[in-house]
Ligand binder design. Sequence first.
Ligand SMILES: [Zn+2]
Length: 155
Amino acid sequence: MNKDKMLVEAIRDGIVLDHIPAEKLFQIVALLHLDELSTPVTIGNNLLSARQERKGIIKMAGHFVSAEEIDKIALLAPNVHLNVIRDYQVVEKRKVSLPSEIHGLVRCSNPKCITNAEPMQTFFHTSIEETKGAKAVLECHYCGRKTRAEEAELL
Ligand SMILES: [Zn+2]
C-alpha cells in the first residue's frame, strides 16, 4: 500500500485535497478558512508525489467543501485532486475542474472595466495555459482583459 493511499484512508468521512502545488497550499488553506474549522484538519506540505514533485495535501474530517469553494480551488490550482471519503471509502475521486465560465467570484483587474464601475456581477471565460504547469487564465467578458487566475483578486 502506498503512503498516499494510507493518508486517504485515515479519515472516515470528509474530503482530501491532493496534488496541491506546494506553493499554493497556504493560499488554499486561507481560501477555505480552515483556521475557523473545529473539525479535524491535517495539512501536509512538501510531500513528494509519484513524479517526485513537491505537493501539498489537506485532509478534512467531517467537513465537505462547497461547489463555489471547488471553483475557487480550480482557479488557483487547476490540477488538484479531490477525494470524497464516506465510511472510509473513496466514493469520488476527480480533479477539480475549472468551469468554462465564471460568474462572480473574481474582480476584473482592469480598473476601467464596467464591472468595476457598475453594481453588476463579473463574468469571465476561462482557459488553461499549460506552460510551466497548468495555469488558469480568465478573460473578462466585458472588457477582454486577461488575468492569470492565481493573480486575480477573489471576491
Ligand atoms: Zn473587465
